[in-house]
Design a protein around this ligand. Structure first.
Ligand code: MF3
Ligand code: CO
Ligand code: CO
Length: 294
């Protein structure tokens, strides 16, 4: 189970909700259908940035703890338990838990799952790739990152996809500078991805993050100019989180996807493998500083 006869993923069984001690403050959206519209700024003060960095570091160390447990046979629910326990032990609330009804403390997206996979009883197999996306909330701030891990040994084209997606994030980060429009980020990512013939997911994007999980600021991962012309400013905080696929790029670079009945899991329509990497960063005079380092 959790794979069909072709080896494609199917939905597994989701375990009951994990409790969070009442001493840990919750984001405002928990227990409500959706967050309140965010009216604040994407530009933060130095002391606010330090709070985002603390949340980001907790999330990053949770990703590391999960990464250390990745091996064939482990379930994505067991990995979610590690993420959950790490955040709780560090006084942080797992931002995804109860976000628009998402039931778990991390997103675990395997193989053809582009993003928002729900941890369940699916066991990892040798040759899988799995993205672990974790956001921690502490002192009123969210820090959001993800990484894709290889389970055992993957096919060479899959290993290359993972390496090139990590590099695509690095290229996007390098394109950030105050005074430029946010669309320079996707231009750098897409032109790099195109060299290898990868698909670039357009419908899921980077975002402003900090006091809100998703502020409303959108960071595309493709060349969206002249749209998405928000000007990058010193002190702005946002994520960059490209999703690249081995699938064929039908309409210029745009990748077709499906959503499962669980209302969350997003897969490539052609079931091709897909990888993602994400960091939260702050804009500085000289470029950026990553806020989601362990
Ligand atoms: N962490 C994801 C992001 O990078 C968002 C996950 S929302 C969830 O923006 F509800 F799916 F968990
Ligand atoms: Co994320
Ligand atoms: Co994000």
């Amino acid at each position: 189970m959790p794979r069909d006869s072709l080896g494609h993923l199917v939905a597994g069984r989701i375990s009951p909700p994990r409790p969070v001690p009442s001493t840990i403050p919750r984001p405002e959206y928990v227990g409500r259908p959706a967050p309140k519209p965010f009216t604040g700024s994407d530009v933060y003060t130095p002391s606010e940035i330090e709070r985002i960095r603390e949340s980001g570091a907790i999330a990053a160390r949770a990703v590391e703890a999960v990464g250390d447990a990745i091996r064939p046979g482990v379930t994505t629910d067991e990995l979610d338990g590690i993420a959950h326990d790490y955040m709780i032990a560090n006084g942080a609330y797992p931002s995804t838990l109860g976000y628009r009804g998402f039931p778990k403390s991390s997103c675990t997206s395997l193989n053809e799952v582009i993003c928002h996979g729900i941890p369940d009883d699916t066991q990892l197999s040798d040759g899988d790739i799995i993205n672990i996306d974790i956001t921690a909330f502490k002192n009123g701030m969210h820090g959001d990152l993800n990484k894709t891990f290889i389970v055992g040994n993957a096919a060479p084209d899959v290993t290359a996809l993972v390496d090139h997606t990590r590099e695509a994030l690095a290229r996007g980060i390098k394109a950030v500078a105050p005074g430029r429009q946010v669309n320079v980020i996707g231009r750098a990512i897409e032109s790099y991805a195109r060299r290898f013939g990868y698909g670039v997911v357009r419908d899921y994007t980077g975002h402003g993050v900090g006091s809100a999980f998703h502020s409303g600021l959108i960071i595309p991962h493709y060349d969206a100019a002249p749209a998405f012309d928000d000007v990058i400013e010193v002190g702005m905080v946002f994520t960059i989180e490209p999703m690249l696929t081995l699938g064929t790029t039908e309409n210029p670079g745009s990748i077709a996807w499906d959503q499962w009945e669980d209302d969350w899991t997003i897969t490539t329509r052609d079931k091709s493998m897909t990888a993602q990497f994400e960091h939260t960063l702050v804009v500085t005079e000289r470029g950026t500083e990553i806020l989601t380092l362990p």
